[in-house]
Design a protein around this ligand. Structure first.
Ligand code: GRF
Length: 202
């Protein structure tokens, strides 16, 4: 079975969607065998424990460079025989050595329709604040491959969500999660796992 790692930093609702998808059979071409957090108190780690999945905390040490952290990260991933990495709210930017070690094997979920409202500085509520400030009528979520450009890798899947007249950033964030992210990420992860198993490009 293809081992999947999910990298998290926070609440882990996208992780939960993946765990649920594995349970229901939507995700069946790979198994979530590792949840790695850079934050020791991330609720996502509790979700992993409750699902019986190995959870590991890998904090970035003071003075440690991104490359040094990346080296330790790759060591952990290799030690768990990970072949597909899913970033689900992981708040550290991956260093080039990680991207190189897992070229075209790392996917990320971003809460907008890339290329809108993405790249450096666009995370969390900021993405939805920017969408509302621009006045877009449709936003959504994107799953993409991770390369050296933040949110710049090849787009794998997208799902649109309508913006409402009275939306606040918080409401919009919640609807994008419910209507797009939690559906899209499990589907895209299954497809990626399937394609790896078939020896195809993701
Ligand atoms: C999600 O909005 C995701 O798109 C972004 O970070 C957030 C993580 O939320 N990359 P959660 O931890 O999965 O609840």
């Amino acid at each position: 079975m293809l081992n999947i790692a999910v990298l998290v930093s926070g609440g882990g609702t996208n992780l939960q969607a993946l765990l649920d998808a594995e349970k229901s059979g939507v995700l069946h071409s790979g198994t979530i065998s590792l949840v790695l957090s850079n934050q020791p108190d991330a609720f996502a780690l509790t979700r992993a424990r409750l699902a019986g999945v190995t959870g590991v905390t890998l904090t970035k040490a003071k003075g440690e460079t991104a490359a040094e952290y990346g080296e330790r990260l790759v060591e952990v991933l290799k030690a768990h025989d990970i072949r597909l990495v899913v970033l689900a709210g992981f708040m550290l930017i991956l260093s080039p050595n990680v991207i190189e070690a897992y070229r075209d094997r790392i996917v990320n979920i971003h809460p907008s329709l890339i290329p809108s409202f993405c790249g450096e500085g666009f995370y969390g509520l900021k993405v939805h604040e920017a969408a509302l400030a621009k006045g877009v009528k449709v936003t959504g979520a994107t799953v993409h491959l991770v390369n050296e450009v933040p949110d710049g890798g090849r787009i794998l899947a997208q799902k649109a969500v309508e913006v409402r007249e009275d939306d606040t950033p918080e409401h919009l964030q919640k609807r994008v999660m419910e209507e797009a992210e939690w559906v899209l990420l499990p589907q895209a992860t299954e497809r990626a796992a399937q394609r790896i198993n078939q020896g195809l490009e993701i």
